[in-house]
Every structure is written in C-alpha cells, then in structure tokens.
Design a binder for this molecule. Structure first.
Ligand code: HEM
Length: 321
C-alpha cells in the first residue's frame, strides 16, 4: 500500500505514538509488531467471567446455599465499590468539595441498592435448607467481613467505633492497639463473664489485625469525618455535603443493619426462641443499630437524634415483618 494514501488522521496518530514511545526510549516499531500479534479483546475475558462464575463453591447439596453464597459475594462487590470511592477521598492531597459530594452520593447509591436488594436473602431461601447448610459453615460469619470494617475505618475516627459507653471516657493516652481491642465488634464477640473471644473473632483477628492497625494509623487524620470537619464546613457546598453525609450515616448505620437484622430474625428466630448464630454473638443484642449506635458523623446529629438512633425505625420495621 502506498503510504501517501494513508488517512492523514492515522498518520497524525502514528506520529504522536512515535513521540510517546521515543520519550521513554522505546521503539514504536516493536510495539506495532505487538499490536499486529494481539487478539481482539472479548467481553468474557475483560471481566474475567469464567473466574467470576467459578467462585461459587457450596459446601453442601442444598440448592439455596448458592443463593446465600452469591448474595454475600454481590454484597462484597458493592462494599468494594464503596471502599473504592472512600479510599480515593481519604487519600486526596487537596480536598475538592464537588468531588467529595459526588463520591459520597455514589456511596449512598451503592448502600441504597444493597438495602433494597436484601429481600433476595430475606425471601430467597427456604428456612429449612438454611438451618441445615449453615451447620456446615461454622464458625464462619459475615462478622468476618474485613471490607465492612474498612468502610468504618475510612469513614470515621476510631473513637466513634467504640462501644457507646466508652466514647466519652477515653483515657488521656492510649495506643491504637489498645483502642482496637475495645472497638464495638470486639466486645460483641467476646463473652462478658470469661472475657473469652469467640473462635470467629480469634480467626478474624489473626488474618486482618495488622491490616486494620495499618489502616487505623493511616486514616486517623484523613477519614471522611475528619475531612469534613477540617475542610468542608464553610465551603459553598457545605449544606449539600452535610445532607449527603447524614444520609450515608443512616444508610450504613441504620438501614443496612436493619435489613440485615430482619434477615437474622427471619432465619434464626426459632419457634421456641433464638437459634445460636454462627459467629457466637448474642445477635439480638448485637445486631440492632440502636444497641451499637455506631454513628460516623456525630457532629451532624442533634442530641435527641443520637438518643433515638435506630429506635423508631427498628420498632416500625420489626412490627411490619
Ligand atoms: C441468612 C442470612 C444471614 C444471617 C442469618 C446473618 C446473621 C448474622 C449474625 C447472627 C451476625 C452476628 C455475628 C454472629 O454471631 O455470627 C452477623 C454479622 C454480620 N453479617 Fe450477617 N447474616 C446473614 C446474611 C449476611 C449477608 C448477606 C451479609 C453480607 C456481606 C452479612 C454481613 C454481615 C456483617 C458485615 C456482619 C457484622 C455486623 C456488625 O458487626 O455490626 N450477613 N450476621
């Protein structure tokens, strides 16, 4: 082919490519060879579809265990999307209020989807099957979702994640390690009388303790709550940002926990009482949002709102179920 017939657009692009490769000491011709050899991208390869669809490995023959596995995986993917946004915000060198607002709104949309889709669990499995296959999964529990904890650590200061009664009585000095030991979920999975941790907690800590400590140290001064308090209270978008953060708080710390709690009630509330949870918590006292009262952005709520955290919603939701 006569090169003078080449589309000038293409020639222009080749010139630009040549400059790009030259700038890093590379030879464009080898890269063009590579292009000649390479295959067209296919959808199923790009999204790793075969791997994705092979990640569902039930432990029993009960068909509804598939629903259980897949909905957990779907949730973890959404958690990953939430973290993707939060981590970008908490690592930003300069805070841009517009970007901040846009990303918190994305996070809220992800949580809204999760809350609405929880019916997949609530209505989607036969209880008899669940009560059988769950015994093959002990002592694993959603309690061991590291991403759920990372969302919390990116969202707020560690002190807001302590049990409610400890939040205002922090000692003068403490190490992160001491704090991590008193975080609300540690207490939830520790027997009060003996101080013994459940196996679920012991294994969770073994796997993730170092990661959590690293994230705590990194995010203590750059979590979403701190960014808001230090940089965003006076910007023109402040009101919209406050709204979005309050929504984030209520979606993540009231409505998601509530949908989740409804699921636990549906499957673990026996005719003769409460069925033991796989992670060994006293789940009726642990899961309802009004007991843990986790609030990422306490400055954005009135004293009354904090006192009523989750209460009215819990009663309404449970009486409708
Ligand atoms: C039939 C469905 C489910 C039941 C019966 C259930 C039950 C429970 C129970 C009883 C706990 C307390 C810890 C324990 O003692 O094990 C718990 C914790 C947890 N579960 Fe589930 N769960 C279900 C579905 C899910 C799903 C789909 C997810 C999504 C990832 C999930 C994520 C979590 C998380 C993140 C916690 C920790 C909550 C916290 O510490 O505040 N669960 N679950």
């Amino acid at each position: 082919m006569d090169s003078s017939n080449l589309d000038p657009n293409i020639v222009e692009k080749i010139k630009k490519l040549e400059e790009k490769f030259k700038a890093s000491g590379q030879d464009i011709s080898s890269y063009l060879d590579g292009l000649l050899q390479s295959d067209y991208l296919k959808y199923w390869e790009y999204i790793n579809l075969d791997t994705l669809l092979n990640l569902q490995q039930p432990k029993t023959r009960y068909p509804d265990e598939m629903v259980f596995i897949m909905y957990h995986q779907i949730t973890e993917l959404y958690f990953k999307m939430v973290l993707w946004e939060l981590e970008q915000l908490t690592s930003m060198k300069e805070v841009d209020p517009k970007v901040f607002l846009m990303k918190i709104k994305r996070v809220n949309r992800y949580f809204e989807n999760l809350i609405h889709s929880f019916d997949i669990m609530i209505d989607g499995m036969e209880r008899e099957q669940f009560l059988k296959f769950r015994m093959a999964l002990l002592p694993a529990s959603g309690f061991q979702s590291a991403q759920y904890r990372l969302i919390e650590l990116n969202a707020t200061d560690l002190k807001n994640l302590l049990p409610q009664e400890d939040r205002d009585n922090l000692p003068e000095t403490y190490t992160d390690e001491e704090l991590i030991q008193s975080i609300y979920w540690q207490k939830g999975a520790t027997e009060l009388e003996t101080g013994k941790k459940t196996l679920t907690l012991v294994q969770f800590e073994e796997k993730y303790r170092d990661l959590f400590l690293k994230v705590i140290r990194e995010k203590q001064n750059s979590n979403i709550n701190k960014i808001y308090l230090q940089h965003l209270q006076e910007v023109p978008e402040a009101e919209a940002i406050r709204e979005a953060l309050r929504e984030f708080d209520s979606l993540a710390n009231v409505f998601w926990p509530l949908s989740h709690f409804k699921t636990a009630v549906r499957y673990l509330q026996g005719d003769t009482g409460m069925i033991a949870a796989s992670g060994g918590t006293n789940w009726k006292k642990y899961l309802p949002p009004r007991f843990q009262c986790v609030i990422f952005f306490p400055q954005l709520w009135s004293g009354e709102e904090k006192k009523e955290w989750g209460k009215a919603w819990v009663m309404k939701e449970i009486s409708n179920s």
